[in-house]
Unconditional design. Structure first.
Length: 441
């Protein structure tokens, strides 16, 4: 004889009759369904290709629905902030540039602005050096957003966009190599100015890029914006409204895609951004689709800023005039492409003994920074990048701590993911654009 756990039953002359009554469906099912309360814990990472680095996500699933999400970081820890305490103030740029490796010039600029504020020389930075900083940062912003579009598209199945995004980024890296000598990890922006001037060949490449890039952006939109699968995978996915962003400290394109036009270049200007003409793109839906539209719009605004910065490049020094602070900024490369040229060495050695001693002490020991502490925030491609620098009056930082937007924004992932599908964790996590070099500094 069989029985039913779903309804009461009784025997009649017509046979067995089941009486189905009301009740809580979850309680009814839980008494009979052996897998109703079964949840699966899935480790996504730390080597998963969609996590942009060594990020581990612990997802508790019920079917394909994410019930709980936890982010585990630390797999890429480099101790950069601690290492800064054992190098002089200028050498610090070679460390901070390696944190968010997709936005190295922003790391360097924020650090240099903080050191200059401690030194009290903010107003002494030359106009050409400040303009070059803006020029390089906006090119870097475009390169970073190109990586975001390329990798996010790849993760959602649009393989061609991956190739196109990195193709254009490669051109920007060629410009960086012409200016700084390196494609990444430049240590180009330094306290007092920049390491060396922008050569004419780089200006030619920038003009070509400004002419080419608007057409390529149109191609991206033709490829993605009207694509039904792309729209379906990004619209109303990983939604985080402005209230949620503010509660979690989220900044950058994620905040602006929720409708709040908060951009430090406008709200708390630095490097003369208040004298440039540009808009702050926003969206209102707060989803992956909105973050995509905001980033494409930001690329267009950065192109406007790059064009204005190139037009403003007037002849002049690129390092502060104070010789007790100014790191050598007009270097000449030797025939081996590595060391200083013999002419440059002869120039240094041929000056007075006092000048030679000063040069030696500046490079080996560094300059002293008055005691104090400052905080400087700038707008990186991922949001507010802040530097809290502390000096005890010595030639090395007492403490430098970064407010890294990747680290702060990443805590929004559970709020965006829980209650959604596991497939949307990929889109949501990618839309935050986390760079783990910044998280695990």
């Amino acid at each position: 004889m069989t029985t039913s756990n779903y309804a009461t039953e009784r025997e009649t002359t017509e046979g067995r009759v089941f009486t189905v009554t009301g009740g809580d469906w979850d309680q009814i099912v839980s008494g009979t369904d052996p897998i109703n309360d079964e949840r699966i814990v899935v480790n996504m990472g730390p080597q998963h290709p969609s996590t942009h680095g060594v990020l581990r996500l612990i997802l508790e699933l019920e079917g394909e629905t994410v019930r709980e999400a936890r982010s585990v970081i630390g797999y890429l820890h480099t101790g950069i902030e601690k290492n800064l305490e054992y190098r002089n103030w200028v050498q610090g740029t070679t460390f901070v540039t390696r944190m968010d490796y997709l936005a190295p010039l922003f790391n360097e600029t924020a650090y240099s602005l903080a050191v200059e504020k401690l030194l009290g020389i903010t107003d002494d930075i030359t106009e050409r050096a400040t303009t070059i900083r803006v020029l390089m940062m906006e090119l870097n912003r475009i390169a970073s957003h190109l990586v975001w579009v390329a990798t996010t598209a790849m993760e959602l199945g649009a393989i061609n966009m991956m190739l196109y995004g990195f193709r254009e980024r490669e051109y920007i890296l060629d410009i960086f190599e012409s200016v700084t000598g390196l494609r990444m990890n430049h240590a180009y922006v330094r306290p007092g100015g920049v390491a060396q001037d922008v050569p004419d060949e780089a200006i030619v490449k920038i003009h070509r890029f400004l002419k080419m890039m608007p057409k390529r952006l149109k191609e991206y939109e033709d490829l993605l914006s009207g694509q039904p699968i792309w729209i379906e995978r990004t619209t109303n996915v990983a939604v985080l409204d402005a209230t949620g962003c503010l509660a979690l400290g989220v900044t950058g394109p994620v905040l602006r895609s929720a409708g709040l036009a908060w951009d430090l270049r406008k709200t708390m200007p630095y490097c003369g951004y208040e004298t440039y003409e540009f808009d702050v793109p926003t969206h209102t839906d707060g989803d992956v689709w909105g973050r995509y539209l905001v980033r494409l719009a930001e690329i267009r605004e950065s192109l406007k800023l790059v064009e204005q910065a190139v037009d403003r490049l007037k002849p002049g020094p690129v390092m502060v005039a104070d010789r007790k602070i100014a790191w050598p900024a007009q270097l000449a490369i030797g025939v081996d492409g590595m060391g200083n040229s013999l002419e440059h060495v002869a120039k240094i050695m041929g000056q007075s003994m006092e000048s030679l001693i000063h040069h030696f002490k500046l490079v080996t020991e560094g300059f002293r920074v008055p005691p104090g502490q400052v905080y400087v925030g700038i707008e990186s491609p991922r949001g507010e990048l802040g530097v809290h620098a502390v000096s005890d009056g010595g030639t090395r930082p007492y403490r430098v701590h970064y407010r890294e937007p990747s680290f702060v924004n990443l805590q929004a992932l559970p709020a965006m993911s829980e209650g959604g599908l596991i497939a949307d964790v990929i889109a949501g996590g990618a839309s935050l654009d986390p760079v783990m070099g910044g998280c695990d500094r």
